[in-house]
Design a protein around this ligand. Structure first.
Ligand code: PSU
Ligand code: MN
Length: 307
């Protein structure tokens, strides 16, 4: 008998919420440890939890600590993750090693999906997902997030994907793997810092209720895999497209020159972009995560109203 539950450490507040069918919303932790600098990262982590609570949801930030998969963190846990220099970025391939070796680990989108499903959490809010990297023809760098979306039944709310990725190929990959990408009040794929890319979406909704109904229907149909909700950054926080693209081009160029590979690529690019924009990209990143938290909590709430 497999017993993954022995490795789950679910916070009391989250346990109660799950028992009572309240809208629990999972949150990842790589965005804290590897996605933003301290102390903005911990401020972000706490504020996201507050936004979800204010909407009537229950936040569950996920991380690897002391040989357990922690579902729901305390403020001290968040502080530890945000400050520590040696946090392991834990994707699917790292999960068993990180738990077994009792390392301090932050979960990526892929791993947060795995852990959320173990805890029976249906909704997960993040900033942006990983995807097919530019130049993947030579590097073969495709984020494990995409494969996870094809097999793990969690709805992920994001602001699209950053232009550090090859967006058209990322969408092709998701299509091949059978992942529905649904625009929330948008008919084109948002590109993280900006509200629009030139990629048309096949599906979109105007309301959280419509989205909740799609998730409900997908469950009843017993379709495996996740669903990706693409929610654009608010107009007032979005950045100029050509400005950001020139910054991103330079960051990608620099990563190749510096020989950055594997799981270091995404954190390296995120950090370089924050530096090159003197923090403008960070402000946008914060704004879009807050907006995703709001929309994610609304969708979760509507879903539990349907049941
Ligand atoms: N994209 C962002 N911010 C992030 C990440 C991606 O805009 O913080 C993080 C997420 O945790 C995501 C991970 O799952 O990077 C993807 O890493 P990789 O490309 O190595 O799979
Ligand atoms: Mn990669």
């Amino acid at each position: 008998m497999k017993n993954y539950k022995m490795f789950l450490d679910i916070k009391e507040e989250v346990k109660e919420a799950l028992k009572n069918n309240l809208p629990v919303v999972a949150l990842e932790s790589t965005i804290i440890s590897h996605g933003m600098p301290y102390p903005d990262n911990v401020k972000m982590a706490k504020k996201v939890e507050d936004i979800i609570r204010k909407e009537g949801g229950v936040p569950a930030t996920i991380a690897i600590m002391d040989g357990k998969i922690k579902i729901g963190l305390t403020d001290e846990d968040l502080e530890t993750l945000a400050k520590a220099k040696d946090v392991m970025k834990v994707s699917r391939r790292d999960l068993a090693v990180a738990v077994s070796n009792k390392v301090l680990g932050a979960t990526t989108v892929a791993t947060t999906m795995i852990c959320a499903e173990m805890a029976e959490i249906k909704f997960f809010v993040t900033g942006g997902i990983g995807g097919v990297h530019r130049g993947y023809e030579t590097s073969l760098d495709v984020s494990a997030d995409l494969e996870e979306l094809s097999q793990t039944n969690v709805t992920v709310i994001c602001a699209g994907a950053k232009a550090i990725l090859d967006l058209p190929r990322t969408m092709e990959y998701l299509e091949t793997k059978g992942v529905s990408v649904v625009g929330y009040q948008t008919k084109v794929l948002p590109a993280f810092y900006t509200r629009e890319s030139d990629i048309q979406l096949r599906h979109y909704v105007d309301s959280a209720k419509e989205l909740a109904e799609i998730v409900y229907t997908k469950d009843q149909l017993n379709l495996k895999g996740g669903l990706l909700v693409a929610n654009p950054i608010p107009v007032e926080d979005s950045l100029d497209d050509s400005y950001m693209n020139s910054i991103i081009d330079k960051a990608v160029e620099q990563s190749v020159k510096d020989g950055i590979q594997g799981k270091d690529v995404t954190p390296y690019l995120l950090k370089t972009i924050v530096e090159k924009t003197q923090g403008k990209s960070l402000a946008a990143n914060l704004a879009l995560v807050y907006n995703n938290a709001l929309v994610g909590a609304k969708i979760a709430k509507e879903y539990f109203n349907l049941k």
